[in-house]
Design a protein around this ligand. Structure first.
Ligand SMILES: [Zn+2]
Length: 373
C-alpha cells in the first residue's frame, strides 16, 4: 500500500471514530412521515411543535427546499429533533429524485444530497455503428423511434446528423431501464459529444454535458452592432420596390455596409449562397428546432463553409445590400420548427446549468455511465 493511501485510510478511520463519539450518544428523536393526500410540511411541523417561522425560513433557504412546499403522495419525510425538541434536520426522499437532507446548523439551513435508495438497476448500452444513416442504423440496432428522436434532439445542437456522420462513427446509448436514455455518447472521427440526463429539483429532465451545462446555446439579442431597426416584424408592410403591402416576418437592422454579422447562437451552417430576393444569404440551424437567416450580405466570412459548426458571436458575414434591398441593412429571420417568429419578442431557450447543490450527484451519475462503457 502506498504511503499516501495508508494516510488517507488512517484519516478516514480517525474521522469515523470522531463521528461515532460525537453522535453515538446524542438522543435524537426521529419522526417518519409518508405523504398522504392533503398532507403538507406545515402539518408535520405542527404535530412536532415546530414553528411556522422555522418552516418559512427552511422553505426559503434554497430552491431545493422550495419544492417541499408541495409534497407528492408517497414521498417520505423524516424529521429529526434534538433531545431538547429543537429542529435538527429533515430528509426528503421521492422515487424519481435525488434524496436530500436539510440540516440546521446554528441559524442556517444547508442541503446535502445522498444517493437515492433505489434498487440497483444495471446499465445496458446499445452501440450504433454508422454504415448508412443514423436513423437506419439505430433501428437496425433495435432502438425505438422515440429513443432515436431523443438522441437526435439531445445532440443536434452539436452534431449535424446529415453531414457530420462518417462510416464507422459510433453512438453509445446507455439505459437504466427508464423511458429515456441516461447517457448518449457520440464518438466520431472528428469529435466526441456527450449528453447525460438529469432531473432537476423542479422535476424537469434535460440533457447536460459532463460539466453540467445543457448542450443548447443561448442566443444573442441581435446579430450585429446596428444603427437602428429599420423594419420590425409585421404582417403588413408597404414595400417600396414592389409597391404593395406584404408581411415582413423578420427584423431589418440598418447598419453601415461592411459591418460584421454574428451568428446569434451555436449552430451549423445549412446554406451559404444567393437566395433570390434575399441576395447573399446565410442560414444557420441551431439544434433540432431553430433556424436563423441573415440576408442582403455584401460578403461571407472567409472561413464559413456549409455543414460547418459556428459559435455564438462568430462573424459569419458582412452587411450589404444584395438582392431586393433599398440600402445597406441586415434582414434577420428567426424560425422555430420552420415557422418565422418575431426575433425581438420570441422567448428563446437559454443555456442551463445544474445547480451547485445537485452537481455532485450529477457527476457521480456521469461517472457511473462512463465507467459502464
Ligand atoms: Zn427584411
Amino acid at each position: 500500500m502506498s504511503k499516501f493511501f495508508s494516510q488517507v485510510l488512517l484519516l478516514l478511520l480517525l474521522l469515523q471514530a470522531s463521528f461515532s463519539t460525537a453522535f453515538a450518544h446524542s438522543k435524537d428523536n426521529e419522526y417518519h412521515f409518508t405523504v398522504k393526500s392533503g398532507d403538507s410540511l406545515s402539518k408535520y411541523f405542527y404535530k412536532l411543535g415546530l414553528s411556522n417561522r422555522l418552516l418559512a425560513n427552511l422553505l426559503s433557504a434554497s430552491t431545493q427546499n422550495k419544492q417541499l412546499n408541495q409534497l407528492n403522495i408517497g414521498e417520505k419525510i423524516t424529521i429529526r429533533l434534538h433531545a431538547n425538541q429543537r429542529f435538527k434536520s429533515l430528509s426528503h426522499q421521492s422515487n424519481n429524485k435525488a434524496a436530500f437532507d436539510v440540516i440546521l446548523l446554528g441559524t442556517r439551513f444547508t442541503n446535502s444530497f445522498k444517493q437515492v435508495q433505489k434498487k440497483f438497476k444495471p446499465l445496458s448500452t446499445t452501440v450504433v455503428t454508422i454504415s448508412n444513416s443514423f436513423g437506419y442504423d439505430a433501428q437496425k440496432s433495435g432502438l425505438s423511434l422515440s429513443t432515436i428522436n431523443t438522441v437526435v434532439e439531445a445532440l443536434s445542437w452539436r452534431l449535424d446528423f446529415n453531414s457530420d456522420l462518417h462510416k464507422g462513427d459510433r453512438f453509445y446509448i446507455v439505459s437504466d431501464g427508464s423511458k429515456k436514455p441516461i447517457g448518449i455518447i457520440y464518438n466520431g472521427s472528428n469529435k466526441r459529444i456527450e449528453a447525460f440526463s438529469h432531473t432537476d429539483s423542479r422535476n424537469r429532465s434535460r440533457y447536460y454535458d459532463r460539466y453540467g451545462y445543457t448542450l443548447n446555446s443561448s442566443f444573442l439579442r441581435a446579430p450585429l452592432k446596428y444603427k437602428r431597426i429599420s423594419s420590425k416584424f409585421q404582417l403588413k408592410r408597404y414595400h417600396p420596390i414592389l409597391k404593395t403591402y406584404r408581411p415582413h416576418r423578420a427584423v431589418d437592422y440598418a447598419a453601415v455596409s461592411g459591418t460584421p454579422v454574428y451568428s446569434t447562437a451555436d449552430g451549423i451552417v445549412k446554406l451559404k449562397g444567393w437566395k433570390g430576393a434575399l441576395g447573399k444569404a446565410i442560414i444557420i440551424k441551431h439544434g433540432a428546432n431553430y433556424t436563423t437567416v441573415y440576408a442582403h450580405l455584401s460578403k461571407y466570412a472567409s472561413n464559413l463553409r456549409k455543414g460547418k459548426a459556428v459559435k455564438k458571436g462568430q462573424v459569419i458575414g458582412y452587411v450589404g445590400s444584395t438582392g431586393r434591398s433599398t440600402g445597406a441593412h441586415l434582414h434577420y429571420e428567426l424560425r422555430y420548427k420552420g415557422k418565422r417568429k418575431d426575433p425581438l419578442s420570441y422567448k428563446l431557450p437559454t443555456q442551463k446549468k445544474i445547480s451547485r447543490t445537485e452537481l455532485w450527484w450529477f457527476r457521480s451519475q456521469v461517472n457511473k455511465v462512463l465507467a459502464s462503457l
